[in-house]
Design a protein around this ligand. Sequence first.
Ligand code: SAM
Ligand code: DTB
Ligand code: SF4
Length: 365
Amino acid sequence: MSETRHNWTKEEILAIYNKPMMELLYDAATIHRKHHDPNTVQVSTLLSIKTGGCPEDCGYCPQAARYHTDVEGNDLMSVNQVKAQALRAKASGSSRVCMGAAWRNVKDGPEFDQVLEMVRTINKLDMEVCCTLGMITENQAHRLAEAGLYAYNHNLDSSEEYYKEVISTRGFEDRLETIDNVRKTNVTVCSGGIIGMGEAIEDRAGMLVALSTLNPQPESVPINALVAVDGTPLEDQKPVSIWEMVRMVATTRVVMPETQVRLSAGRTQMSQEGQTMCFFAGANSIFAGDKLLTTPNPDVNEDMKLFELLGLNPQKPFIKKMQPKTVEAEDSQYKDLGEKPKWTRPSHTIERNEVKKQEAKQVKA
Ligand code: SAM
Ligand code: DTB
Ligand code: SF4
């Protein structure tokens, strides 16, 4: 029987990851169908509500201002623009809209108020609403919850050790604290990471230890394959093989039996057969739409053809949890505190990030 455990060790997780493929697939698929309908896949649409110009140095990210990438920055979208996009997403079969902002953390003030209004607007369209806005305080988490937020995405990205090789401007501990702040509300937690950044298999296992030992475990775990974007410090990383992706998905499924495992960035590099193996291994969610935040994603029509071919059905909204009620701004219990939280800034040197920053300065000069 696959009971949810919160005491997985790195050794145990490595042993699962390294099982002979047929055994790993069989175990993961068996656990998957005990906890989920294997023919249902949840579909989310991403919307970049504030693009580029981010002060962080995340080595994988095309939106970091310090690197020279082709991303065009945009100010915060209007509530009406967001509503129009959400309606399009709903018409194309998505049950959730995930709004991403290229921010280090949320700042109280008019822009956050506008995001809260976006959350209220989408919840009223009877869609699940997710946000990924960087670090948030407990009060900000409560304000999002009151607006009707269904999920908050905040990735650990890698193991605590490898995280330091990729990002120097924000700390792993702060990521955990944000997840903890979300947990103090009724908003569900979406947290996962990226493979293919040059990390060891031990780091993948380390990330899964950090996620699976959270109690409760995240309701949703995105597994991203790095999209290596020109100009970022990770531009030259080799694409991860489909076998690694399948192993990562299957291992995630085994250690987090109840979570929604999301096959996230990197699907354009995967064949339909490869994605099918990931679904068999326990992935039961995808991001649909021709764009992720700034990079390409498979065509929606192609995704829907694959669903038809495989007999997969998109999940309806609010199957796992009731729709949150929206509290209007004027009735809110939680005030704008004008908080100035002190999130840590480790500031160690990551050689490849420095090199890319210097190169970008020369291009811009
Ligand atoms: N700025 C916020 C933050 O970092 O929390 C929210 C947006 S951020 C783009 C959300 C997540 O997207 C990151 O944590 C990372 O896991 C993923 N991501 C960003 N760039 C990626 C890339 N090139 N390939 C794969 N995943 C990526
Ligand atoms: C997640 O884990 N992956 C999504 C979502 N959460 C926000 C973002 C992927 C971004 C890929 C790079 C880009 O398109 O900018
Ligand atoms: Fe900024 Fe988020 Fe990109 Fe890091 S991942 S540079 S915090 S947008």
